[in-house]
Design a protein around this ligand. Structure first.
Ligand code: C2E
Ligand code: MG
Ligand code: MG
Length: 297
């Protein structure tokens, strides 16, 4: 009873309009669901229910889009619930300490896959992996990443790191310190979900980042009814001013792609080009990129 009362109470956090909450069936079901996901994690790893998918990022600066890199995204095919979206378990795993094991699994798997592509097709693109805020507080993170690279005989340039903007807002100094260490080892750091956190524009120029990834809300808002790309243009202009390339996420239509190209966006990721796909399917993109490159040479 105490636990349930506390849970109902916690649900009021940051909700300033209600002063009471009731532990109901809804809350109970969510709790049971979360507990089940936590309990099933070990088995999911062992039974390969967790699959790493790859979503291409295209460079749109030139006449034709060219494959620039990929993002590794986790996907869980649960035997009982079907496909579980990362948003349902990433925050949960961050709270319960499992995220580090999950992230290491993804980093290692992505590195292994890059090595396979290098050996098999003699060509690859950098793959960016998501780095949870929790990982950023781990004093061993640099060592862990270097070890993973060494296992697959890769260079730091092969793995890009995505750190969400909201992590910077939490404990900016500590995060910036870690980002600096990672960059000094040769890793390229992308700021993910820009626009969802609270870093001020003023701070942007002093942050040590290599790439700015605009959150997809920017895209959906800019292209919603009464299309207004003004904000986008301003952000891209600022990024250009501080010489940081911009990736737009969640680009779904040709209209969006063309407009982004016209306002100077460097790279695009989204369903317009491809959803996240299994490694075998991404390999087709790689083969094609390699053919195009060979044709140019
Ligand atoms: P994110 O890193 O911002 O990843 C982009 C998300 O946008 C992915 O959702 C992707 O499938 C989705 N997306 C891509 N293109 C489009 C599009 O054109 N339209 C729409 N509507 N969506 C698009 P996903 O796979 O559900 O991942 C959600 C979030 O979960 C990620 O956001 C990331 O923050 C987190 N995540 C995923 N995999 C990992 C992981 O291995 N480790 C950690 N720490 N976080 C992860
Ligand atoms: Mg990301
Ligand atoms: Mg993002």
């Amino acid at each position: 009873r105490f636990d349930r009362a506390r849970q109902a109470c916690n649900s009021l956090r940051n909700r300033y309009t209600s002063s009471y909450a009731v532990y109901d069936m809804d809350m109970h079901e969510k709790e049971v669901y979360s507990a089940k996901l936590l309990e099933d994690f070990d088995r999911a790893l062992a039974e390969k229910q967790l699959q790493v998918l790859y979503q291409p990022k295209y460079n749109i600066k030139g006449k034709e889009p060219t494959l620039a890199s990929a993002e590794a995204l986790i996907s869980w095919q649960h035997p009982q619930f079907g496909r579980v979206r990362p948003d349902a378990f990433i925050p949960l795993f961050e709270e319960n300490g499992l995220i580090q094991r999950l992230d290491r699994y993804v980093w290692r798997e992505a590195a292994r896959q890059i090595r396979v592509w290098k050996d098999k097709i003699g060509y690859t693109v950098p793959v960016s992996v998501n780095v949870s805020r929790v990982d950023m507080y781990d004093a061993n993170i640099v060592y862990t990443l270097l070890e993973i690279l060494e296992e697959s005989k890769l260079e730091p340039g092969d793995l890009h790191l995505e750190v969400t903007e909201s992590a910077y807002a939490e404990d900016a100094e500590q995060i910036i310190e870690t980002v600096k260490r990672l960059r000094s080892m040769g890793f390229l750091v992308e700021m993910d979900d820009f626009g969802t956190g609270y870093s001020s524009l003023n701070m942007l120029s002093s942050l040590p980042i290599d790439v700015l990834k605009l959150d997809m809300k920017f895209i959906s808002t800019a292209f919603s009814e009464g299309k207004d790309t003004h904000m986008l243009e301003i952000i891209i202009e600022i990024a250009r001013h501080i010489s940081v390339p911009v990736v737009a996420e969640g680009v779904e239509t040709e209209e969006q792609m063309t407009a982004l190209k016209n306002i100077g966006c460097d790279m695009v990721q989204g369903y317009y080009f491809s959803p996240p796909v299994p490694a075998e399917k991404f390999e087709v993109c790689l083969q094609e990129a390699r053919r195009k490159q060979a044709a140019k040479e």
